[in-house]
Design a protein around this ligand. Structure first.
Ligand SMILES: Cc1cc2nc3c(=O)[nH]c(=O)nc-3n(C[C@H](O)[C@H](O)[C@H](O)COP(=O)(O)OP(=O)(O)OC[C@H]3O[C@@H](n4cnc5c(N)ncnc54)[C@H](O)[C@@H]3O)c2cc1C
Length: 319
C-alpha cells in the first residue's frame, strides 16, 4: 500500500493549490480527482466557467486555461502525485487514514476534503429522460450545439444569468425561467441581461414538465406565458444550484452545518477530527470563489504540515 504524508480528496483549484503547497513544505502528497462519468475533470468546477475576470494576476482568462495553469503548477513538484481515481472509503485507525479508491488503497498521515459540490438536478417529468437530449447542466460545454435555436435557462441566481449570457452567444432566443419575483444576479450581470435583446426573463413561473419526441420540443409551465402554458423550444439549461459532495466526510464523522457543508475553523481549515482538513466549496464559508478555496487549501496544507510535525506522524509508516 502506497503511503503519503498528505492526501487530498478532490483535484479542483482548492485541492491542487493545497497539493502544491504540501509539496513545497516537503510532504509527500497524493491528490485524487476523477475524469470519468459525471464527475468533474482535474481542475474542477472552474473548468465549466467561460471567462474568469476576478482571479488576481489574470485580467481575463478562460476557466479551462486557469485550471490548467493551477494543475501544471502542482505537477511541477515531484512530491505531488495526481491520481485519476475516485476515493470511495476513508477510515481512521490510530494516527493513520486508510483510503480506498476505485483502483487501490492508500495510507496517509493527514487528509484534506476538497470535494466541491455537484449540480442540483431538475426533478420534473421528462427531465431525466431528456438529459443530454435537450436538458443540460453546463452552457459552456453544450451551448455550441444550439446555434440559432430557442433555449430556456431554469434558475434565478447569478450563475443562471451567466449561463443565459453564454447561451445567447449561440441561440437566437433565451428565456430565463425563475420561480421568484426577481432574478438575483450581480449588478454587472443584470446590466448585461437587461441590455441583451435575445434574453427574456419570465418570473414567478415554474417548469412542470419537459416534453418531446427524440429530443426536447417544449416545456409545460405552471401558468400561461403570452397566453399559453406550452413554451416551444429546443433545449433547457438547468442552473438551480448545487449541493456539497459530503458523503465520505459524513461517514468519517465530520461536523457539518444544516446545508451539509463541512464546518471548519476559519483560522486553519481544520475540522472536528484531528488530521482532517477541508477547503473550497465543500466548507461552510459564505463566499465561495476559486480564490477563497485556494486560500483555504494552502492554509490546510500548512496546518497539516504543522500537525504532522508536532505529532511526529510523518507518513504514519509504522502503523
Ligand atoms: C457558472 C460558475 C461560474 C463561476 N465563476 C467564477 C469566477 O468567475 N471566479 C471565481 O473565483 N469563481 C467562480 N466560480 C466558483 C468556482 O468555480 C468554485 O468556487 C471553485 O471552482 C471551487 O473549487 P473547489 O476545488 O473547492 O471544488 P471543485 O472545483 O468543485 O473541485 C472538486 C473536485 O473534487 C472531485 N471529487 C469529488 N469527490 C471526489 C472523490 N470521492 N474522489 C475523487 N475526486 C472527487 C470533483 O470531481 C471535482 O473535480 C464559478 C462557479 C460557477 C458554477
Amino acid at each position: 500500500m502506497e503511503t503519503y504524508d498528505f492526501a487530498v480528496i478532490g483535484a479542483g483549484g482548492s485541492g491542487l493549490a493545497a497539493a502544491m503547497y504540501g509539496a513545497r513544505l516537503g510532504m509527500k502528497t497524493v491528490i485524487f480527482g476523477t475524469t470519468n462519468g459525471s464527475e468533474l475533470p482535474v481542475g474542477g468546477l472552474i473548468t465549466t466557467t467561460h471567462i474568469v475576470e476576478n482571479y488576481p494576476g489574470f485580467k481575463s482568462i478562460s476557466g479551462v486555461d486557469l485550471a490548467k495553469k493551477i494543475e501544471d503548477h502542482a505537477r511541477h513538484y515531484p512530491l505531488v502525485d495526481i491520481k485519476n481515481e475516485k476515493v470511495e472509503q476513508i477510515k481512521k485507525k490510530g494516527n493513520c487514514f486508510f483510503l480506498k479508491t476505485n483502483k487501490t488503497e492508500y495510507k496517509a498521515g493527514a487528509i484534506l476534503f476538497a470535494t466541491g459540490r455537484r449540480v442540483r438536478k431538475l426533478e420534473v417529468p421528462g427531465s431525466k429522460e431528456y438529459e443530454n437530449k435537450g436538458v443540460h447542466y453546463c452552457a459552456l460545454c453544450d451551448g455550441p450545439l444550439y446555434k440559432e435555436k430557442v433555449l430556456a435557462v431554469v434558475g434565478g441566481s447569478d450563475s443562471a444569468a451567466v449561463e443565459a449570457l453564454i447561451l445567447s452567444e449561440y441561440a437566437k432566443k433565451v428565456y430565463i425561467i425563475y420561480r421568484g419575483e426577481k432574478i438575483r444576479a450581480e449588478p454587472v450581470t443584470l446590466d448585461k441581461i437587461e441590455n441583451n435583446k435575445k434574453i427574456q426573463v419570465i418570473t414567478n413561473t415554474i417548469i412542470k414538465e419537459v416534453k418531446g419526441k427524440e429530443f426536447v420540443e417544449k416545456i409545460i409551465l405552471d401558468k400561461p406565458y403570452k397566453g399559453s402554458k406550452e413554451l416551444i423550444l429546443d433545449g433547457v439549461y438547468v442552473a438551480i444550484g448545487n449541493e456539497p459532495i459530503n458523503e465520505l466526510a459524513k461517514e468519517l464523522g465530520l461536523r457539518m452545518n444544516d446545508k451539509g457543508e463541512i464546518i471548519i475553523n476559519h483560522m486553519n481549515s481544520s475540522t472536528n477530527i484531528s488530521g482532517v482538513y477541508a477547503a473550497g466549496d465543500i466548507t461552510d464559508k459564505k463566499f465561495k470563489q476559486l480564490i477563497t478555496g485556494v486560500a483555504e487549501g494552502v492554509t490546510a496544507a500548512h496546518s497539516a504540515y504543522e500537525y504532522l510535525g508536532e505529532k511526529k506522524l510523518k507518513s504514519c509508516k509504522k502503523s
